[in-house]
Design a protein around this ligand. Structure first.
Ligand SMILES: Nc1ncnc2c1ncn2[C@@H]1O[C@H](COP(=O)(O)OP(=O)(O)OP(=O)(O)O)[C@@H](O)[C@H]1O
Ligand code: NI
Length: 362
């Protein structure tokens, strides 16, 4: 396997709310390798966006702990007060909502060249105007040329026209492509795509995902796709990380997880992927627990048909299985004769209970 580009260790994040402290992220570990496409999957509110926004330090209200490394450089650690900011340099994020990420009063061309000339960060209006007036025409022309290049890359066939347009003059699909283009301007080594295209109709969303996948394949960029849909993950990713209520419950190569989901939550997610024949997913019952006073150590315990006393008292820990899969679930301790996840050197590799039931029925 290639080198890790991003490593996150034991990331925790909480918020002060009127009801008390919301402990949202509960020790997230993530590793992305060079050139790898990872899908971060889980239902709404489970902390997918928060995890990736913390990488870019976009959540000032969050109280955090843990360690983060990007290309072997420590960007965040409990011993360091100030985080170095990676935004715009090596990591780009494609936001979910094209309309709120584009400025309605500037043309696409102006917005793209401004990113190239002044960076994407916040500036005071005075600084901004000063810059804008002093930059020379040649530089601006070069920036516009580069903007045209990335618009080609996102398969926009009339880049000149688009560069002269205002966001409101373009379709939703077009705007989403532009956001992808903007994320590419900085030539990022890691791209984070937060549910790209989900605000659009299904056909357009599919097209957006295809374009994105082509770009990622061509550039060999590492990418994190955030999605609530395992069907999407199947199309675009090499590896899947499943989150539930601020915890990672399972990781797996994409092709393996569809065949053998190990965590009961992954299984319910799979059942909610619309089947090709009926087009209707079953969905799963219940919703994620409140992050204020989460009691169970496995946060899925309340919704899990296999839950037992241990699930509420002890965090299951993550155990490595065959085929590059790993799972955090007490189910996979039972058949090891009661040994805990930490002291066993022969991890339980038997099938999940629903598989055994299937076999009996056959
Ligand atoms: N600034 C904040 N202040 C308070 N709570 C926050 C803040 N940002 C995120 N949260 C909480 O963190 C939890 C996780 O949110 P997040 O947006 O990461 O979920 P998600 O998995 O991306 O969901 P979705 O699929 O709906 O985008 C939510 O309960 C949310 O209320
Ligand atoms: Ni989100």
């Amino acid at each position: 396997m290639s080198n890790p580009i991003l490593e996150i260790n034991d990331l925790k994040a909480s918020f002060k709310t009127y009801e008390g402290t919301a402990n949202v992220l509960d020790g997230i570990d993530l590793t992305i390798h060079e050139g790898e496409a990872m899908a971060l999957v889980g239902e709404t509110g489970c902390g997918k966006s928060l995890t990736t926004e913390l990488i870019l330090d976009l959540v000032p209200a969050a109280r955090t702990s843990g360690e983060m490394k990007f290309k072997d450089e420590v960007v965040y650690s409990p011993s360091v007060d100030e985080r170095s900011t990676l935004r715009g340099e090596n990591i780009s994020i494609i936001m979910q909502d094209p309309m709120s990420s584009l400025n309605p009063v500037f043309t696409i061309g102006e917005q793209m060249t401004d990113i190239l000339l002044f960076g994407g960060g916040e500036k005071s209006p005075i600084d901004y105007l000063k810059h804008k007036l002093t930059r020379n025409g040649a530089e601006r022309k070069k920036a516009r040329e580069r903007a045209r290049e990335v618009l080609n890359e996102v398969q926009i066939s009339s880049p000149e026209r688009v560069l002269s347009s205002y966001p409101s003059e373009l379709s939703g699909g077009m705007r989403q492509r532009i956001l992808i283009g903007m994320a590419l301007l900085a030539d990022p080594d890691l791209l984070i795509a937060d549910e790209p295209g989900t605000a659009l109709d299904v056909t357009t969303e599919k097209k957006i995902l295809e374009i994105l996948k082509d770009i990622v394949d061509n550039r060999d960029t590492s990418v994190i796709y955030i999605t609530h849909d395992l069907g999407v993950a199947h199309e675009v990713s090499d590896r899947v990380t499943v989150m539930y209520a601020g915890q990672v419950v399972e990781r797996s190569p994409t092709d393996v997880i569809f065949d053998t989901p190990m965590h009961p939550y992954t299984r319910t997610l799979l059942e909610s992927v619309p089947s090709l024949s009926t087009g209707i997913g079953e969905g799963s019952e219940g919703s994620i627990p409140s992050y204020v006073d989460v009691e169970a150590e496995c946060r899925f315990a309340d919704r899990c048909e296999f839950s037992e006393a241990a699930c509420r008292g002890v965090h299951p820990g993550e155990r490595t299985l065959d085929q590059g899969q790993s799972v955090a679930c007490h189910l996979y301790k039972q058949d090891t004769g009661g040994r805990s996840a930490d002291d066993t050197d022969e991890p339980y590799i038997g099938p999940p209970p629903w598989r055994t039931e299937q076999k009996r029925a056959d």
